[in-house]
Write a protein that binds this ligand. Structure first.
Ligand SMILES: Cc1ncc(COP(=O)(O)O)c(C=O)c1O
Length: 456
């Protein structure tokens, strides 16, 4: 069919397996270290925070890991997600490129995050957990875990970065609708939060601080609460590969294969989700798709950060990992893509980037919103500000193809819709947004504060 726009799979096509890049990864994994001793962590340390099934997935090198039937059952509420050809955007750009997007905003909470929230809640329930703790920046991850905890009848407390708590009341209300308790971080509920507030009662919070609070709440609960993280860790990237596995089949339906696959990166999970199955085809089946990660110039961990060992959180309670980092004390500028403001990046992505298997670029905030609006006008969907970074890069690829007269096939992940982010659009439309580049001197300064890791 020549004019087909939507490529839809049936319920039977929901993947039965997640794909584990660590089976095929040409780059050996780097050790994960205890934040106190800086020695490799033991499963005992991790088991304070995570159930055993997730710890085993974290270190697994099995290529395909079966998706439990109970998880597929909940995936049925929104998977398989559609793949669309952006014909109207192609026309607006007058490009010979073919642009496809996988729409993860079709989930109940509007992003890709339930792909991992559902299995995380499932394995916690199976392991006997009664309650979970987590952090959230803009609220996408918190609402996904609130949805999943409700499905599996688990309590949830969410430490929401204070500035977002104030700016995004509807995300907070959504989490509460699913039954979660939401606190503005820094709180006076944890030792770390109290210490921050004692020094600065008006502290706006950061993702690194909220992680510290959520980790402390689980670690000091005497085993009753476990912690869930929405990105960065191997098991999270693993769960997200349902995106790319479906996209492979849908590109086949369209009779095309992508020259470039694009995703925005905060901690790296939606990019990994769409890119890793295509990377497998590169590594094992001779394909040559370019894999492009897109980050904001305001939090440019891959393109400007240093590739070294650093803490995963501000209070130095989370494990130390080797990653591209801006320093664990990173206080982000108030840009409007809350989900892209983390100081580090998934270690697996960093290792692949370092070895040249994936590419990365940083884009500015204002051109990103310009791309978001151009996309919304052509395709109808108002994208999440995070996802708009991928759109900026996809449009630039299409314009580059036009300049070179090439028929390039572009696939990007539309990781979420922006229906709860209208405040950001309002700021853009009224001319209040500014471009911001994180200064190289600040990265240099932050490196003085790194853990002193000596590996033998
Ligand atoms: C819609 C959306 N896209 C992307 C991200 C970035 O996270 P990740 O890099 O883990 O996909 C977020 C994070 O909150 C998000 O909400």
């Amino acid at each position: 069919m020549t004019d087909q726009t939507r490529f839809l799979l049936s319920e039977n096509d929901i993947p039965k397996f997640w794909y584990n890049i660590n089976a095929d990864n040409p780059v050996p994994p780097t050790p994960v270290l205890h934040p106190g001793t800086l020695e490799p962590v033991t499963p005992d340390f991790l088991s304070v925070l995570f159930p055993m099934d997730l710890i085993l997935q974290e270190i697994s090198t099995e290529r395909f890991i079966e998706i439990p039937e109970e998880v597929r059952e909940i995936y049925k509420l929104y998977r398989p997600t559609p793949l669309l050809r952006a014909r109207r955007l192609e026309k607006a750009l007058d490009t010979p490129a073919h642009i496809y997007y996988k729409y993860e905003g079709a989930s109940p909470v509007g992003s890709h995050k339930p792909n991992t929230a559902i299995p995380q809640a499932f394995y916690n329930k199976k392991g006997g957990t009664k309650a979970m703790t987590t952090e959230t920046g803009a609220g996408q991850w918190g609402s996904a875990l609130a949805f999943a905890c409700n499905v599996f009848d688990l309590d949830l407390e969410v430490y929401m970065v204070k500035i977002s708590y104030q700016q995004k009341p509807y995300r907070r209300n959504l989490m509460e609708t699913y039954g979660a308790r939401v606190y503005a971080s820094p709180t006076n509920l944890t030792n770390y939060g109290r210490a921050v507030l004692a020094e600065d009662p008006d502290n706006p919070g950061s993702l690194g601080m909220a992680i510290s609070e959520a980790v402390e709440a689980a670690a000091t609960s005497g085993g009753t609460k476990k912690y869930g993280l929405g990105s960065v860790l191997n098991h999270v990237l693993l769960h997200q590969t349902v995106i790319g596995e479906e996209a492979l089949k849908q590109m086949d339906m369209a009779n095309e294969y992508p020259d470039v696959v694009i995703g925005c990166v905060g901690g790296g999970s939606n990019f990994s989700g769409i890119a890793f199955p295509f990377l497998r085809e590169n590594l094992k089946n001779g394909k040559r798709t370019r894999l492009l990660a897109v980050e904001p110039t305001a939090a440019p961990s891959l393109t400007r950060g240093v590739y070294t060992f650093d803490y995963g959180d501000t209070a130095r309670m989370a494990p130390v990992v080797k990653m591209h980092t801006l320093g664990h004390g990173f206080i982000p500028a108030r840009i409007h893509a809350g989900g892209l403001r983390y100081h580090g990046m998934a270690p697996t992505i960093c290792a692949l980037y370092d070895a040249g298997h994936i590419e990365a670029i940083a884009v500015k905030q204002i051109p990103t919103f310009e791309a978001a609006i151009q996309f919304a006008k052509a395709e109808g969907i108002v994208p999440a500000p995070e996802s708009a970074h991928a759109i900026r890069a996809a449009i630039d690829e299409a314009l580059d193809a036009k300049a070179k007269g090439e028929r390039r096939v572009i696939l990007f992940n539309l990781s979420g819709h922006g229906n709860f982010d209208m405040g950001a659009y309002e700021a853009y439309l009224s001319g209040k947004l500014e471009d911001y580049e994180y200064p190289a001197e600040a990265v240099k300064e932050a490196m003085k504060d790194l853990p002193q890791v000596q590996l033998t």
